[in-house]
Design a protein around this ligand. Structure first.
Ligand code: AP5
Ligand code: MG
Length: 208
């Protein structure tokens, strides 16, 4: 299974990806997680990405494309992968197409998780993650268990200000790739405005 997850910030891409990769036994490849790891490690790539991410801007295509294409070329991605947050610009989508064609493989589906703009700010500002396990929680919708509650942290771009920039980048840069995949017959739309379990059911139904 070779899949892409698209959706606005806070749509539930990471939450759903974590469930789907267990079912399909494929790696979860989140460009955002890879970039946050690079920032934490202080690599050159991380230093370049940090300012863009904090401001809610997209990291330049040439940085992200190389990083993700290299990742999907690793042996664990041979049987499939779940891309979360990549591609999110037209040049990224085209670069992915070329890389897959060269490798002689094709995408199976592109899943779009749709959530109205006015509902996602609360998801973003309430998100917390556990640095030890990588698990993602929400103060109201999915509170962390007692043993993790003391150590959960907030992402540096989960501020109201950066969120505004992220949402506007989603509409201007990422939404235009939706018709690109629709024209290829790969797009599956899922209404993400429901409890996580219900969204998972909708996704499995959409994937047939
Ligand atoms: P990235 O990490 O990809 O962030 P994003 O796209 O903004 O998406 P999020 O991770 O914020 O949301 P999500 O959809 O995963 O939601 P989640 O499941 O966590 O990118 C971050 C930054 O990195 C970008 O801004 C950019 O700078 C850079 N970057 C990354 N990729 C790039 C690329 N390809 N090109 C250029 N730059 C790139 O859920 C959110 C919260 O809601 C959680 O608290 C969760 O518990 C809760 N929740 C989830 N589902 C539900 C539900 N159904 N009901 C209620 N609450 C829910
Ligand atoms: Mg995410």
């Amino acid at each position: 299974m070779r899949m892409i997850l698209i959706g606005p910030p806070g749509a539930g891409k990471g939450t759903q990806a974590a469930r789907l990769v267990e079912r399909y036994h494929i790696p979860h490849i989140s460009s955002g997680e890879m970039l946050r790891a690079a920032v934490a490690e202080g690599t050159e790539l991380g230093k370049t990405a940090d300012g863009f991410m904090k401001a809610g801007q997209l990291v330049p295509d040439d940085v992200v494309i190389g990083m993700v294409i290299e990742r999907i070329g690793k042996p664990d991605s041979e049987g499939g992968f779940m891309l979360d947050g990549f591609p999110r610009t037209r040049p990224q989508a085209e670069a992915l197409d070329i890389a897959l064609e060269r490798a002689g493989v094709a995408l199976d589906s592109v899943l779009l998780i749709e959530v109205p703009d006015d509902l996602i700010l609360e998801r973003i500002t309430g998100r917390r993650s556990d640095p030890q396990t990588g698990k993602v929680y929400h103060v109201k919708f999915n509170p962390p268990p007692a043993e993790a509650a003391g150590r959960v942290v907030q992402r540096s771009d989960d501020t109201e200000q950066a969120f505004g920039a992220r949402l506007s980048k989603y509409h201007s840069e990422t939404a235009p790739i939706i018709p690109f995949y629709d024209a290829k017959g790969l797009l599956r739309r899922v209404d993400g405005n429901a409890a996580p379990d219900q969204v998972t059911e909708r996704i499995l139904h959409a994937l047939g």
